[in-house]
Design a protein around this ligand. Structure first.
Ligand code: GLA
Length: 337
């Protein structure tokens, strides 16, 4: 009788543990047939199309190579810790992460080390007290160059609309705690001012976390109220969602799309505006390569675990400008439509 009771108790505990290990997963997993390699892919904001697209491509790599991909979202430090614990409980040997906060860097590094997991960061680089953790393998965008492309697209479109730059306001929704975001904004400003845009007409507004379209609308609305005299606007930010927030805020104030030029980064959210039958203030975006950020990172991690092939310490990706005129062709080429 006692043996039976102990057996039942042990079975119950094992069931609970198995349940804990799998809870929190927000995505599907690929087949593990022929492989016991498990890779965690943790992102900071699963609602953002950019991260959904990254996961989609990572899933393709998992399917192709036969490893298991575990997709988790972690919006803050606590969620990051539980995600890594969860991955360890499932036996993951590798962690790919876009952190919700770069300052979690030392914690993420020590957690991965504690569990013997290989670590590769994507999109947002980890930081320690003395700056970026350059000894952690990373794949991100060439942020300053991409920011410059945004600035150039804004200058070109102002010219083609015949705008007088001294009458235009430039709205920048900023995320100063993130290096890649800072560099994107700085790159855009560099090109604008080099082309004669007055720096005192560039209005920076902090965009608070979570960085979604709703919070961007809020930040932009407050900023628009502060500048009632500006009749023509250009806008840029760290990504499409920031610019889309600005564009939605101008629409709700009755500012015409013809008086707004927004240029985003990512392509994955901005495409929704290109699909609308009438042009909006969201004029263009620098399309990045979620395939490289998703498929390529997952594949690098897989080879690292399976064959001991260490990925390059740093990989920097590029982008291409898309507008409503050419997005279908260019996105199709990237496997995005
Ligand atoms: C950051 C942004 C994302 C995307 C990636 C690209 O994480 O928040 O929207 O632009 O960089 O690396």
């Amino acid at each position: 009788m006692r043996t039976l009771a102990i057996f039942v108790l042990v079975a119950a505990i094992m069931t609970i543990l198995a349940g804990c290990a799998s809870s929190g997963s927000t995505g599907e997993s690929a087949s593990t047939e022929g492989s016991n390699i498990k890779i965690g892919f943790v992102v900071k904001l699963a609602q953002e199309p950019w991260f959904q697209t990254e996961w989609k491509f990572a899933r393709e790599a998992a399917k192709e190579h036969g490893f298991q991909l575990i997709e988790l979202e972690a919006k803050d430090g606590e969620k990051v810790i539980s995600a890594i614990d969860n991955l360890a409980a499932q036996g993951a040997q590798g962690l790919i992460i876009c952190t919700p906060d770069p300052k979690l860097g030392p914690l993420i590094v020590s957690k991965a080390k504690e569990y013997g997991m290989k670590l590769l960061t994507v999109d947002d680089r980890l930081e320690g007290p003395d700056g970026p953790l350059t000894n952690v393998h990373h794949l991100g965008i060439s942020a300053r160059d991409i920011g410059k492309m945004v600035g150039q697209a804004l200058v070109d479109e102002m010219k083609s609309r015949g705008w007088n730059m001294s009458e235009v306001g430039a709205m920048a929704l900023t995320v100063d705690e993130l290096q890649t975001a800072r560099e994107r904004i700085e790159g855009a400003i560099e090109v604008l001012t080099a082309n004669g845009f007055p720096s005192d007409r560039i209005f920076k507004t902090a965009w608070r976390s979570p960085h979604n379209i709703e919070t961007a609308v809020e930040a932009a609305s407050v900023a628009l109220t502060r500048h009632p005299g500006v009749k023509k606007w250009i806008a840029f930010s760290s990504n499409d969602d920031g610019v889309l927030g600005f564009v939605r805020a101008t629409e709700s104030r009755g500012i015409s799309a013809a008086d707004v030029i927004g240029v985003g980064i990512n392509g994955t959210s901005g495409v929704d505006d290109f699909r609308k039958s009438n042009p909006t203030g969201f004029f263009a975006s620098v399309l990045l390569s979620p395939r490289k950020h998703g498929y390529h990172t997952a594949e690098m991690m897989y080879r690292w675990i399976k064959e001991g092939v260490e990925p390059p310490k740093e990989t920097w990706t590029t982008g291409i400008l898309i507008t409503r005129e050419n997005y279908q062709e260019l996105m199709a080429k990237e496997g995005l439509l």
